[in-house]
Write a protein that binds this ligand. Structure first.
Ligand SMILES: [Zn+2]
Length: 69
């Protein structure tokens, strides 16, 4: 199992084992989430919002066509 990439309050590298689905232990999992969010926030958000908006628009049109019949 890999070592946690989180840092302790002293600034040292965490010595705990990382969780199976991440490179951080359960204590430092929020450090990993924060690091991922600050990397590419704009690009990811715009893409996700655009896809969500298109999906909702498509569903809205389909519902509108069904109710009109
Ligand atoms: Zn840790």
């Amino acid at each position: 199992m890999a070592q946690c990439e989180g840092k302790t309050k002293k600034g040292d590298r965490c010595r705990r084992d990382a969780s199976a689905d991440s490179s951080f232990c359960t204590i430092h999992q929020d450090q990993g989430i924060r690091a991922r969010e600050t990397r590419e926030p704009e690009e990811w958000d715009h893409d996700a919002i655009l896809k969500a908006a298109l999906g909702f628009a498509l569903v809205g049109v389909l519902l509108l066509l069904r109710f009109r019949r």
